[in-house]
Structure formats: C-alpha cells, structure tokens
Design a protein around this ligand. Structure first.
Ligand SMILES: *Cc1c(COP(=O)(O)O)cnc(C)c1O
Length: 387
C-alpha cells in the first residue's frame, strides 16, 4: 500500500493513517483477516488478493500506516526486525561492500558477520558519529550504508543528512535503523535516507506482545525490490500481529511523549547521583553530537545507559537485580520500564575486546524508561542504587 507525504500532525497520523472503515460493515477498526487464500470469481479475476504471503488486507492497512508515519511512500512488514534487515541485505551480491556503524544492535552485526560476510560481501564497521569515516570507506563497490542513531546501548548520534549528502549521486543506498528514535522523533527518509528499518517489536508495537519488523521507503524501485524479497522469502507477520501493531501505533505519539519525559527526568536524576559515574543520554548539552540530535530529533527518547562509580560487575549486577518497577529483561520500547546489563545480556554476542573498545564495560546498565509515573521510576532506581 502506498501513502503520499505526511498530511497531518504526528498523533493525528498515528491514529488515522492507513485505516479506512471496513467497506462491507463500516467497522471502524480494521478487521483481522484470518485467511490464507481468497476465492476468485474466475481464473485471474479477483479483488486484488490471491494468497496471504503476497498480501493480506490487515497487513496492507498496517503497511500503509507505517509508510505514513515515516513520511514515506511505501511500507513493508516482516516477521521480525532481523527479517526486515535480512531483506535489505538480500539486495546485495558477492563483491559488494557495506559501510556500517560500529555500535550496532548485536543481532544486526551477527547477521552481517555470520551470514553475509562469508558470501563475499565486505563490511566496514566504522564510527559513523563522524561522517568523514563514511567518506573514507566509500568506493565504487559500496552498495549500502547501514546506520543506527541513536545506537544501542551507547546512544551515539550520527548525522543522517550529512551522510546522505556524502552518498548523493553514488549508487549506495542509505538505510537507517530508526528503532530507538521512533517515527515520532525522527524521520530518516525526510532527512535523505533511502530505507528506514524498525524493530516494530519495540516502540511501534509498544506493549511487549509482538515480534515484528518493518521497512519503509520512498522510491518505487526500492520498494519493488524489497517487496519481491518479502514475497519470495515469506518472512511475513500474521494478521493478528498486524492488528495488534495497528492498535499499538494509535497511541505512539502520546506514549513517546511520556517516554521522553521520563527519560529526561531519570537522566537528570542519575547525573546528579554521586554513586553514578557516566550517563549516556543524547539530551545533555555535553553529549557528543548533541547539536546533531537537537536538529534531527524532536526529543531525546526514553533510552538511557549509565555506569556506576563502583565499576565492579557485582555492583552493576546488584542494581539490575534490585529494581522492582524496572523489570530485568532484554528488549525495550514497551509501556513498562526495563533494565538490563548489555555486556551479559543483549550484547553478549559482541566480542569482549570490541565491547571494551566501544565502552560497553561490565559496569554499563541500560534502561528503557516506560510510561509509568516519573516519581515511581526514580524512587525505584534510588532504592536499587543506594541498596
Ligand atoms: C531489537 C532490535 C533489532 C532486532 O529486531 P527484532 O524484532 O528483535 O528482530 C534491531 N535493531 C534494534 C536497534 C533493536 O533494538
């Protein structure tokens, strides 16, 4: 399904984009079309649907909503964020080169290195906080630049429009994993990216009840290539999951406002706590590329990482295991606050020496601030850190 440029404010769009009253009943909510196939009136004579791997009306409504939220023209839903990333990688051929950030979601890097590098695709992992590091590795074989901003877990910021302009006139496509920022805060397609990727599992779904991924794009040729892969591979979400995400998206604007409010208050509280050493949150004036974040994001989100003044593994483990509202769990972006230990949990697959080089040390703790009351979140962290 396609959608033209953003016509309305974000929350209006989040409530209405892609949704049409059901043609046969007027139902305001998109029905869950639990069907694998569609009866044809005659051979090849149908209502636009033949088989649900190729398309399904509930998924179509979601894909139109996803495209609209990113200010794109096309949206594609996948069975997970990694399935969406895999579809982008499948556009490459042996001999092609990829420039990717060096502080990526652990699973993204594992997919690149374990499955695509052995096929003869060369990856350059560089610090994309400095756009010049992208220019330095760009050559005639480069076909893809893969960015995350803010990154997971260090919240590093890269300048999307500066990197897009480096690629101007070059055949390499710019893909941005926008999972952390959400379309409520940052729209990479509008800033020059060719493809936006989301782990819909996180903020878009928002309720920790679905695993899903998405790709949004603005050019017909890019969409056609990715849509062919979506259909040929078949890593598609089911209609019930599409319905749950359509429902989740309706509150994205208002949820993200509360995630940001809690993020700001918790970050400032941590910064003022003498038992805390470093706080990683792009809203601080002193944070690297804070000016870029202020320009390309509407607010700074609810993700925060921090280290303790006592930098022992025992101390950070104790904090992670002592919170009562922040649940100890991987994942992020849901209504409930989560706490986790990247070195031992989400980023355990990243080699230790590389974790050390990036600053993902044994003291680092990551928070996903949910939408609970700020005072309760701060009281919970206070009892865990002061314990
Ligand atoms: C979770 C996540 C992914 C992977 O998505 P899944 O839905 O778990 O497959 C990719 N990128 C980022 C930034 C993530 O947080």
């Amino acid at each position: 399904m396609s959608n033209e440029k953003k016509p309305a404010g974000f929350s209006t769009l989040a409530v209405h984009a892609g949704i049409e009253p059901d043609a046969s009943t007027g139902a305001i909510m998109t029905p869950v079309y639990m069907t694998s196939t569609y009866v044809q009136e005659g051979i090849g004579k149908h209502k636009g649907y033949e088989y649900s791997r190729s398309s399904n009306p509930t998924r179509d409504a979601l894909e139109a909503a996803l495209a609209a939220l990113e200010g794109g023209k096309h949206g594609l839903a996948f069975s997970s964020g990694l399935a969406a990333i895999d579809a982008v990688l499948m556009t490459l051929k042996p001999g092609d080169e990829v420039i990717a950030g060096d502080d990526l979601y652990g699973g993204t890097r594992r997919l690149f290195s374990t499955h695509y590098a052995p096929l003869g695709i060369q990856f350059h992992f560089v610090d994309t906080q400095n756009a010049a590091n992208v220019s330095a590795h760009l050559n005639e074989r480069t076909r893809l630049v893969w960015l995350e901003t803010p990154t997971n877990p260090l919240l590093r910021i890269s300048d999307i429009s500066a990197i897009a302009s480096i690629l101007n006139g070059h055949p390499a496509r710019l893909a941005v994993d926008n999972t952390f920022a959400t379309p409520a805060l940052q729209n990479p397609l509008i800033q020059g990216a060719d493809i936006v990727m989301h782990s819909v599992t996180k903020y878009l779904g928002g309720h920790s009840d679905v695993v899903m991924g998405a790709l949004m794009s603005k050019e017909d040729a890019v969409d056609a290539e990715l849509r062919t892969i979506q259909n040929n591979v078949g890593a598609i979400p089911g209609p019930m999951d599409c319905f749950l995400v359509l429902r989740g998206i309706k509150t994205l604007g208002i949820r993200v406002r509360q995630h940001c409010e809690n993020g700001r208050n918790v970050a400032n509280w941590l910064k003022a706590n003498p038992k805390v050493d470093k706080v990683y949150w792009p809203g601080f004036d002193s944070f690297p590329n804070h000016d870029v974040a202020s320009r390309q994001m509407k607010d700074f989100g609810g993700m925060i990482s921090f280290t303790l003044a006592d930098d022992s593994l025992a101390a950070s483990r104790k904090v992670c295991e002592s919170t009562k509202i922040f649940a100890l769990a991987e994942s992020l972006g849901g209504v409930e606050s989560l706490i986790e230990h990247p070195a031992l949990m989400t980023h355990a697959s990243v080699p230790a020496e590389q974790r050390a080089a990036l600053g993902i040390n044994d003291s680092l703790i990551r928070l996903s601030c949910g939408i609970e009351d700020t005072e309760d979140l701060i009281a919970d962290l206070a009892q865990a850190i002061d314990a």
